[in-house]
Ligand binder design. Structure first.
Ligand code: KG4
Ligand code: ZN
Length: 339
């Protein structure tokens, strides 16, 4: 039963947590969203500097909230990849320094493995195998979870990630950053059938389409063309609610179709959803309906575990440490790294 101090700084949240296996003792998240909002997206250099300023306070808060001391910590973990290199370096350097200082094992954790482990935090009885639909600002993946550290990526996006598409469409509709929550809110009072939009498909050499890979950049361009046409036709203000609803519905249906087909093809009866886009009400509705139709179980962890957090990193690290896995202190960070 390993107790882990975990740090996550791969993007724009400075997160620190203390986790014992699948039990969260504390989870501190200092979001930088208000800082990056003024630039319309995450500025890497600003993110790194902000992590430096916030991390020590986050570590102190995590201990205070957990009511534990250093002697009760078995290992120290940090996200090592993928992500913004400067941002990752802050977290991994802090973790390694503390590991040396307190003579504890250090564990570098892949960010996507963390998102997979978020499902265990809310459903401690969940056991592999299951399918993880990981939909965030940086990733859109269908991952066959076979065991701790044994994953097979069955589907990916070929261009924009699902969350990235939400953010880009929100920007072109002048709705601000991050785009997912605002599009989701507007879509609630919009007509999802107002504007038929194309679902991005990946062609195969044999003339068919890839069953699990997705593409969202064409959809984003279609929304751009549509808004330009509506503006030329003198539609003012733009019907943003209908545009948001139509866009969201297209993304939700595309993700649902791929996830359900993949689970059925591989004989997996559970789909665990992770990443910030798991909050999306359209995706939740479509996926739950389709899963019920096919007798599949769908799990959406609570939002605090879907978006970036350190508890999921700690949970993954605890499982690895329980199996005797540790990382070398020479482990570096990587902006890209397959799972
Ligand atoms: O997992 P996450 O916090 O960070 C990454 O690792 O990327 O995901 C952030 C992404 C953003 O693109 C944001 O727009 C999207 O999740 N998001 C949503 C919703 N809430 C957050 N997308 C759609 N609907 C939402 N309700
Ligand atoms: Zn993430």
């Amino acid at each position: 039963m390993a107790t882990i101090l975990a740090i996550e700084t791969s993007c724009d949240e400075t997160a620190v947590a203390i986790v014992k296996n699948r039990q969260v003792y504390s989870s501190i998240i200092a979001s930088q969203i208000p800082i990056h909002q003024q630039y319309g997206g995450v500025v890497p250099e600003v993110a790194s500097r902000q992590h430096v300023e916030t991390i020590n306070h986050g570590i102190a808060q995590a201990f205070q909230q957990a009511g534990l001391n250093w002697s009760e910590i078995d290992g120290i973990a940090a996200t090592c990849a993928p992500g913004l290199v400067g941002a990752l370096l802050v977290g991994i350097s802090a973790a390694k320094t503390l590991a040396i200082l307190h003579q504890k094992p250090f564990l570098g954790v892949h960010h996507l493995e963390g998102h997979i482990y978020a499902s265990y935090l809310s459903s401690p009885d969940l056991q592999p195998p299951f399918l993880c639909l990981l939909v965030s600002g940086g990733h859109t993946s269908l991952i066959y979870v076979k065991d701790c550290g044994v994953y097979e990526t069955l589907g990916e996006t070929r261009d924009d990630a699902a969350g990235e598409a939400f953010d880009k469409v929100a920007r072109l509709l002048k709705l601000g950053y991050p785009g997912g929550p605002v599009i989701d809110k507007l879509a609630k009072s919009g007509n999802p059938h107002a504007f038929p939009l194309p679902e991005g498909k990946i062609s195969l050499p044999n003339g068919g389409f890839h069953p699990y890979d997705s593409s969202f950049s064409g959809l984003k361009t279609a929304v751009l063309r549509l808004t330009q046409r509506l503006e030329q036709e003198g539609q003012y203000p733009l019907p943003v609610n209908d545009l948001a609803a139509s866009f969201q519905d297209t993304v939700a249906k595309a993700l649902t179709k791929r996830a359900v087909n993949c689970a059925l093809d591989y004989g997996l009866n559970t789909i665990a959803v992770g990443g910030g886009v798991a909050a999306n009400s359209g995706l939740r509705k479509h996926l739950q309906e389709a899963a019920a139709l096919h007798n599949l179980q769908v799990m959406f962890p609570p939002m605090k575990f879907c978006t970036d957090n350190a508890a999921m990193i700690g949970c993954a690290a605890a499982d690895h440490l329980n199996r005797g896995h540790v990382s070398s202190l020479s482990l570096g960070v990587r902006s890209r790294l397959p799972l």
